[in-house]
Design a protein around this ligand. Sequence first.
Ligand code: SF4
Length: 106
Amino acid sequence: MQQSFRRTRLLNMLKRLYYTWRRQPQLAGTLPPLLGIEATNVCNARCPLCPTGNGELQRVKGMLCLEHFQQVIDEVKAHVVMINLFNYGESFLNPDIFAMIRYAAQ
Ligand code: SF4
């Protein structure tokens, strides 16, 4: 199973590189290899240039639950090769962050 995912991810990346090399704007038949997922948008710091830190972020504050994280990972695991687990928040405030990292790594 792992071997098949590796092959699918590699083929996806090669197709994307080929289209990029050909300067084709549409990457037909490929899926994004990178995923940005916000484990939380809560933070205990007050960085003045950050919308979370300076209070400008208007979205509802919350934590991503492990179950939803696992659903997303299961949907993208055949093509995603890298995951950024942060955006506008301190990911380590999410109590499930280590379980999320373990799940994604597996
Ligand atoms: S999310 Fe990062 S940049 Fe924003 S306030 Fe927190 S530590 Fe600072």
